[in-house]
Design a protein around this ligand. Structure first.
Ligand code: ACO
Length: 320
C-alpha cells in the first residue's frame, strides 16, 4: 500500500495591529499610490512587542488543530519554517512544542526564507511517507518587522508579520501528489540579512537588504519553471490546477507567474494586498483563507509555491 500525507486542517493568525500605506507615509518618503501600483500592497500586520514567532505560531497551530479535530497530544512531528526565530536556540519549533504542552516528538526549524513553508511541507511529507509519523504540524511564522530598516523606504513597505499552519495525517490516498525543491546560493547577495552573533556581539548588519529588480526577475522565472516541473512529476497538466497559491511578495510577480502558466487570476489566491510579504507565513496564510472561505474544495488540485532568499524555491502539489 502506498502511504501519502494529507492536509486535514489549516489555521492562521495575524497580529492585531495594522499598518496601512498611509501610516507608512508618516515614517518614510513614500505614498500609498507608489506602494500599491508597484506591489499591490495596501496594508500589513505588525506584531506587538510581547509577541514572538512562537506566539504567532501557537495561535495558528491551535486553529489548524481545531480544524483537523485533533489535540496537541495527537501530534508526533513539528516543523516550523521561520527566518525570524524567537532566539538563536532553542528552535522556535521546540518553543512551540512547549507552548502546546506536549513532549518528546521531534521538533525543528526550517530556514529557507520565503520558501520555508514549502520546504517544510515537502520535508514533512517525505518523513510521513516513511510511516514513522501519524500526524504532523507544519507552520510558517514570521516577525519581519524586527529585521527591517524602518528608515529604508525600498524595503520596509514590502513586509508584514503573521503565521499559518497545517496539520498533516498519513493516509492511503493522496494527499500530497508531488513536491520539488531548489536552491542556488550564488544569488545570496540579492536578498539577505547579512548579520550574525559572534563573541557576544552582533556582527555585520542584521537588517534586510535587497536588490528589488533582480529579485523580481528571478522570482518570475523560477516560479513558473518549478510549477511545470512539479506538475510533470505528478503526471498532471497546467489545466489540471484548480488553485495556484504562490508566495505573496508582489502582485505583479504573481500575475506574471500566472500568465506564464496560462492560468487566469480567478484561479490564483492573492492576499498580498492585506498581508504584504510575510515570508514563510505567506503561503499557509493564503491557503487558510482560501480553505475557510470555501474556494478550496475536496478533490481539487492546489499548487503551493515558494521563492525567497538563498535563493531558494519550490512547489508542493496537493490533491485536496
Ligand atoms: N516609495 C516611493 N519611492 C520609492 C520607494 C517607496 N517605498 N521605494 C523605492 N522608491 C524609489 C526608488 O528610490 C527609485 O527612485 P529613483 O528612480 O529616484 O532612484 C524609484 O522608486 C524606482 O525604484 P525601483 O527599485 O526601480 O522600483 P521598481 O519599480 O523596480 O519597484 C520593487 C521596486 C517594488 C521593490 C520591485 O522591484 C519588486 O517588487 N521587486 C521584488 C521584490 C520583492 O518582492 N521582494 C520580496 C522578497 S523576495 C521574495 O519574497 C521572493
Amino acid at each position: 500500500m502506498t502511504l501519502y500525507s494529507r492536509i486535514i486542517g489549516t489555521g492562521s493568525y495575524l497580529p492585531e495591529k495594522v499598518l496601512t500605506n498611509r501610516d507608512l507615509e508618516k515614517l518614510v518618503d513614500t505614498s500609498d499610490e507608489w506602494i500599491y501600483s508597484r506591489t499591490g500592497i495596501r496594508q500589513r500586520h505588525v506584531a506587538a512587542d510581547h509577541e514572538n514567532a512562537s506566539d504567532l505560531a501557537l495561535n495558528a497551530s491551535r486553529r489548524a488543530l481545531d480544524a483537523a479535530g485533533l489535540t496537541p497530544q495527537d501530534i508526533d512531528l513539528i516543523i516550523v519554517a521561520t527566518t525570524t526565530a524567537d532566539m538563536i536556540f532553542p528552535s522556535t519549533a521546540c518553543l512551540l512544542q512547549a507552548k502546546l504542552g506536549i513532549r518528546n516528538c521531534p521538533a525543528f526549524d526550517m530556514q529557507a526564507v520565503c520558501s520555508g513553508f514549502v520546504y517544510a511541507l515537502a520535508t514533512a511529507d517525505q518523513l510521513m511517507k516513511s510511516g514513522q509519523y501519524r500526524n504532523a504540524l507544519v507552520v510558517g511564522a514570521e516577525v519581519y518587522s524586527r529585521i527591517l530598516d524602518w528608515t529604508d523606504r525600498s524595503t520596509c513597505v514590502l513586509f508584514g508579520d503573521g503565521a499559518g499552519a497545517v496539520v498533516l495525517t498519513t493516509s492511503d490516498h493522496p494527499g500530497i501528489l508531488a513536491s520539488r525543491l531548489h536552491a542556488d546560493g550564488s544569488y545570496a547577495h540579492i536578498l539577505s540579512v547579512p548579520g550574525g552573533v559572534s563573541r557576544g556581539e552582533i556582527s555585520g548588519r542584521p537588517l534586510l537588504q535587497m536588490e528589488g529588480n533582480a529579485v523580481y526577475k528571478f522570482a518570475v522565472k523560477v516560479l513558473s519553471e518549478v510549477a511545470e516541473e512539479t506538475l510533470r512529476a505528478a503526471g498532471l497538466a497546467k489545466s489540471d490546477v484548480d488553485w495556484l497559491i504562490p508566495h505573496q511578495a508582489n502582485v505583479r510577480i504573481i500575475q506574471s507567474t500566472a500568465k506564464k502558466l496560462g492560468l487566469g487570476m480567478d484561479r490564483v489566491v492573492v492576499t498580498v494586498q492585506r498581508h504584504a510579504n510575510t515570508s514563510a507565513a505567506s503561503v499557509p496564510l493564503a491557503l487558510d483563507e482560501a480553505v475557510r472561505d470555501g474556494r478550496v474544495r475536496a478533490g481539487q488540485n492546489v499548487l503551493l509555491e515558494g521563492v525567497g532568499g538563498g535563493f531558494t524555491w519550490g512547489a508542493v502539489l496537493v490533491r485536496w
